[in-house]
Ligand binder design. Structure first.
Ligand SMILES: Nc1nc2c(ncn2[C@@H]2O[C@H](COP(=O)(O)OP(=O)(O)O)[C@@H](O)[C@H]2O)c(=O)[nH]1
Ligand SMILES: Nc1ncnc2c1ncn2[C@@H]1O[C@H](COP(=O)(O)OP(=O)(O)O)[C@@H](O)[C@H]1O
Length: 360
């Protein structure tokens, strides 16, 4: 704060030595993105110049950020985010990053921390589809529907593996069904900004790490999140655009029957889950929260409707028409050329023009 501003112009500044900086202006603020260190061990830092007061701020940086690259380009996508393309000998997917500077998530975090906030997120290639958030009371059949979808379309969908402090059930595998974790460790990671959302559910802490969603999108798959209504609310308020589906039971009696028949909870937990189910059913009616409601009466009918919502009702087998990182050529570096509507054209530094459109 109060530092003297270095001289720079909009665009790239190639400084002598190993530092590399870009300056991008958004409204009355200029974001100075600096890379320092060698290609094999470089880091990125951000400073914000408030042009109206001529003061500098070092923001709180959330999200996983790019490391170990040679140089970068930056272009303003809209008033909410900056596209940062880094130069490194890796597939294109590794080169595209977004720096959120003004999204609703940034504003929310800024209010919480009382500091300037920026959020890094990794770009995706091709026409990747919105993540799908599935909520519903315990025992309604969310897990069953998701398992069927994963079995039928393994290369199109990927499950966001949540963290939880609850104990594993008999057949649950750590890292597959959940990342089972200690409360203190999870709370620390939450405070470090590693979680997209978290909530206290049925007496335990549950949360979606940014890494869990990125692990799915990095594979070019559509991400499925099984989270409670509070979590759905948080995702709605975040920068992640998603499709929100709420699964309802045909009746409360049937829900209780399923929960008991599953045989995974003790009586006390069953009672707690049934009490919470009433509240969740009530909250699901919050206007604008859920895009679609599915009633899980007959499983096959419900699964059919679920597939229709995901535009999978054409009976097609899993032909894997989604983008996969394995398909991507190893493209060493890209320079931002121009922005046209919602597409950014990237010129690879080779003679061939390769597929390189960052989907926004
Ligand atoms: N907010 C949030 N809720 C989660 C997350 N993972 C699971 N949940 C929800 O936590 C609740 C309890 O999940 P679980 O213990 O697996 O029990 P089940 O719903 O009876 O199978 C369910 O409503 C899940 O949707 C998460 O990462 N975030
Ligand atoms: N449509 C359905 N009809 C009957 N039983 C169902 C149906 N859907 C799921 N179940 C059963 O209900 C129990 C709870 O389903 P589950 O998928 O674990 O729910 P959730 O993940 O929402 O807690 C399981 O034993 C499952 O086999």
């Amino acid at each position: 704060m109060g530092e003297e501003a270095p001289e720079f112009v909009n665009g790239e500044i190639n400084l002598e030595g190993k530092d590399f900086r870009t300056a991008t202006t958004v409204g009355h603020k200029t974001y100075l993105i600096s890379r320092s260190g060698d290609e094999s061990k470089s880091t990125i830092s951000i400073r914000i110049l408030d042009k109206s007061t001529q003061t500098w701020a070092v923001p709180t940086v959330l999200g996983t950020q790019p490391v170990n690259f040679e140089a970068h380009s930056a272009i303003l996508v809209n008033e909410n985010m900056i596209l940062v393309v880094v130069k490194k000998g890796a597939p294109l997917i590794e080169s595209i990053w977004f720096l959120e500077v003004n999204t609703s998530f940034v504003k929310q975090q800024s209010k919480i921390t009382g500091t300037e906030v920026v959020v890094w997120s990794k770009g995706v290639l091709g026409k990747s589809q919105k993540p799908v958030v599935i909520s519903g009371p315990s025992g309604v059949g969310k897990g069953t529907l998701i398992a069927k979808l994963m079995k039928d379309f393994p290369s199109r969908f990927g499950f966001s593996v949540s963290h939880t402090t609850r104990a594993p059930r008999e057949k649950e595998i750590d890292g597959t069904h959940y990342h089972f974790t200690e409360r203190s460790k999870m709370e620390k990671e939450i405070s470090e900004g590693k979680f997209l959302e978290f909530a206290h559910v049925h007496g335990n802490l549950y949360g979606t790490s940014i890494e869990a969603v990125e692990a799915v999108t990095d594979e070019g798959k559509r991400c499925i999140l099984d989270i409670d209504v509070q979590g759905a609310r948080s995702v709605r308020a975040s920068s992640l655009e998603a499709l929100f589906i709420f699964v309802c039971p045909p009746s409360f009696e049937e829900l209780e029957k399923r929960l008991r028949a599953r045989g995974t909870e003790a009586e006390e937990q069953i009672q707690k889950r049934l009490r919470n189910a009433r509240a969740e059913l009530d909250q699901s009616n919050t206007p604008g929260l859920f895009d679609h409601f599915l009633v899980n009466d007959d499983l096959e009918t419900c699964y059919g409707n679920f597939k229709k919502l995901l535009l999978l009702d054409d009976g097609s087998a899993d032909s894997d028409d989604s983008y996969s990182t394995a398909d991507s050529k190893s493209t060493p570096s890209y320079t931002v050329l121009s922005k046209q509507d919602s597409e950014i054209l990237l010129q690879p530094e080779t003679h061939d023009v390769e597929k390189g459109i960052a989907s926004l």
